[in-house]
Design a protein around this ligand. Sequence first.
Ligand SMILES: N[C@@H](CCC(=O)N[C@@H](CS)C(=O)NCC(=O)O)C(=O)O
Length: 219
Amino acid sequence: MADINVYGIPGSPFLRSVEITLHEKSVDYQLHPLKPGEHKQSDYLARHPFGRVPAFDHDGFAIYETQAILRYLDDVFPTPPLTPGNPEARARMNQVIGIIECYFFPKAAAPIGFNRIIGPRLLGVAGDEAAIAEAMPMARTCFAELDRLLGGQLYFAGERVSLADIMLAAQLDLFRECAEGSELIGATRLEPWLKRMVARQSFVATQPPAMLREAALAA
Ligand SMILES: N[C@@H](CCC(=O)N[C@@H](CS)C(=O)NCC(=O)O)C(=O)O
């Protein structure tokens, strides 16, 4: 049996992408949940000097950065494949992953999610409405592009689920619950796609903590 360890704070969509990919591949792993703050302490910084989650190792091979982990898993456990063979479909998958990493998460989901959900609902600090308003134009551009790229297809890279669908649906599963998320997604063709994604066994088996979904729903 593979010796696979995954480290992260439950509720992180990046951590969940790794877990979902492992479930899609029916590969067993050990989850090492971190408490908030532990990811900035020396033990964890030795795994991930940038202090982000997740981190991962497999038979002594350690790696961090979610898309690097997902691509590694897809290479080492090729069944079912989550990267299309066709160059155009693969480029589309890579493009969506790039949008998540460079624009959607840091410039839209993180500021909106923190100020609308995490701060006010879980940490007892008022959300910064100006930061939310500032993030909305980027969020709108992201959703307009994601809508255009999905178009009438079943999945972002065509007929089959790819790493892009996993990463994006892991980001949107909680984001869709808050007011801004539901408005943004409601203006696109992403809803049926997202419903299909979150109904997959890999998503059902990797639910974020209930209190996080409740907080998002109340936001
Ligand atoms: N590029 C990183 C991003 C990971 C990331 O930003 N994770 C967030 C949680 S969803 C995190 O660690 N936030 C904690 C912090 O910034 O202190 C990856 O793909 O793994």
